[in-house]
Design a protein around this ligand. Structure first.
Ligand code: MG
Length: 381
C-alpha cells in the first residue's frame, strides 16, 4: 500500500497521582521544558501526520498553549479511564495508523517510533517492548503461583501502533464486554489478534514517581554546539545595513543576493551546523531567484523549523561582529532582543559583542563586515 497516514495519540489525561505532585506530572517543569512537551515533540517529524494529545478538561488550556508550537498537534478531551481517552482520540482521527503513546515517556527516540510504524505496515501491529531483566512471577494471595521462563517475558512500552479501524473495533467490543485494560495491546490481543512486538529502548522509560522527575535523571542526549561565519562587503547603494533584521544607518549597504543580513546568515549556519545539517547555501541557494532580496529573519525562522525537525531546539547563542563601521554600540540591545525572539530563547541566553579590526586587513579598512556565531542546541528527545 502507499504510505499510510499516521496519527500519534499522546495520553496525558491522567493525573499521575503516584508522583504526588499538586498538578498533572506531565506539566511540571522538567529537563528545561515539561515531560509532555518532550513527548509531543518526539512525534513532530515528517512521518507523523497528526498528533492528538488526550487531556483532561482541567489541563486543556495549558496543553493547548504548549501544543501551539507544534502545527500538527491538537488536544482532545480524554475520558475517565485511559481506555476511554484513547477511544475518544480514535474517534477524532481519520488517519490509517495510530500510535498510542504514554505522555510520561518523553525520551522515546525517533528510531523507536519509526520501527513501530514499520511493524504496523508489515504485521498490522507494533508494540514496543524490552526483554525483561527481572524474573517475574504470577502471584496469588502473597504466594508465587508460577514463574514464566524469563526469555519469554517482555516489558511493554509505548508507542503501540495499530490500524485505527482495528483498534476502534477492539475497544468497542471491550466496552461491550465490560473489561478493564491498562494498555492497548491487551485490548487488541483479546479482540483482534496477538499483537506483534517491536523494539523498545531502555531510555524510553516511563516517568512514574517523584524521583523520576529529579534533575538526577539525565536527559539522554547531550547538547550540541555549532559555529557559523559570514562576511559581506559594502558597496550596495543604500543608507543602512541589517543585523538580525535591525536597521542600522550606514553610508553603504552590504552586497548580497538576499537582504545582506550578515549576522542572521552566521547564526543560521551555526544552528544548521550544530544540528548536523548542511549550510545555508544548500537550503537557500543564491542561484535561486526565490531568495533574491529575501528577508533573512524569515529564512532564520525556516532554519529553526529545520532543526526542530531534526529534534533540536536552541539553548543559547553567542555572536561576535567585526566591523570598522558603522558604529554598532547603540544597536546591540535591539539585535540581542531580535535574536532571542527569533530563536525562542530568553534574552540573557544571547550574547552579542562588536569590535573593529583595529584598522587591520579588509575588515579594518572598512570594506565589509564579518560575523562569527556559536549556537548551542538541546535535544528535544
Ligand atoms: Mg551571507
Amino acid at each position: 500500500m502507499n504510505r499510510p497516514s499516521v496519527c500519534a495519540v499522546v495520553c496525558a489525561a491522567g493525573r499521575g497521582s503516584r508522583a504526588g505532585f499538586e498538578k498533572n506530572k506531565l506539566l511540571v517543569p522538567f529537563g528545561g521544558s515539561t515531560a509532555l512537551e518532550m513527548s509531543v515533540s518526539a512525534f513532530d517529524f515528517p512521518a507523523i501526520d497528526e498528533i492528538l494529545v488526550a487531556v483532561s478538561e482541567e489541563d486543556e488550556g495549558e496543553v493547548k498553549a504548549l501544543c501551539a508550537r507544534f502545527p500538527k498537534a491538537k488536544t482532545v478531551i480524554g475520558g475517565d479511564t485511559r481506555s476511554r481517552s484513547v477511544y475518544n482520540a480514535l474517534l477524532q482521527t481519520s488517519c490509517d495508523v495510530v500510535l498510542i503513546h504514554d505522555g510520561a515517556r518523553p525520551f522515546v527516540s525517533r528510531s523507536v517510533v519509526e520501527g513501530c510504524i514499520e511493524s504496523v505496515r508489515k504485521y498490522r501491529s507494533g508494540v514496543c517492548a524490552l526483554p525483561s531483566v527481572d524474573t517475574v512471577a504470577l502471584t496469588d494471595g502473597g504466594y508465587i503461583r508460577s514463574v514464566p521462563a524469563r526469555t519469554r517475558v517482555y516489558s511493554l512500552q509505548t508507542p503501540q501502533g495499530f490500524f485505527a479501524a482495528d483498534l476502534r473495533a477492539a475497544y468497542e467490543k471491550a466496552f461491550a464486554a465490560g473489561g478493564s485494560y491498562t494498555d492497548d495491546s491487551s485490548v487488541y490481543a483479546e479482540f483482534v489478534s496477538p499483537p506483534r512486538l517491536c523494539a523498545g529502548s531502555r531510555e524510553n522509560k516511563k516517568l512514574t514517581f517523584a524521583e523520576d522527575f529529579s534533575p538526577a535523571v539525565p536527559v539522554p542526549s547531550p547538547a550540541r554546539a555549532g559555529i557559523g561565519v559570514d562576511t559581506h562587503a559594502f558597496g550596495k547603494p543604500q543608507n543602512y545595513i541589517l543585523l538580525a533584521g535591525v536597521k542600522i544607518p550606514s553610508d553603504s549597504g552590504l552586497v548580497a543576493h538576499s537582504d545582506g543580513d550578515v549576522l542572521a546568515h552566521a547564526v543560521m549556519d551555526a544552528l544548521l551546523s550544530a544540528a548536523g545539517l548542511k549550510d545555508i547555501g544548500h537550503y537557500f541557494p543564491d542561484t535561486d531567484e526565490k531568495w533574491a532580496g529575501a528577508d533573512s529573519m524569515e529564512m532564520l525562522a525556516q532554519v529553526r523549523r529545520l532543526i526542530a525537525e531534526r529534534g533540536f531546539a536552541p539553548l543559547s547563542l553567542s555572536v561576535a561582529v567585526q566591523a570598522q563601521k558603522p558604529r554598532l554600540s547603540g544597536y546591540i540591545d535591539a539585535v540581542s532582543q531580535a535574536l532571542a525572539a527569533a530563536l525562542g530563547i530568553p534574552k540573557d541566553a544571547v550574547g552579542v559583542s562588536a569590535g573593529t579590526n583595529e584598522g587591520l586587513g579588509d575588515i579594518g579598512e572598512g570594506k565589509g563586515i564579518c560575523v562569527r556565531a556559536v549556537a548551542l542546541l538541546r535535544s528535544l528527545r
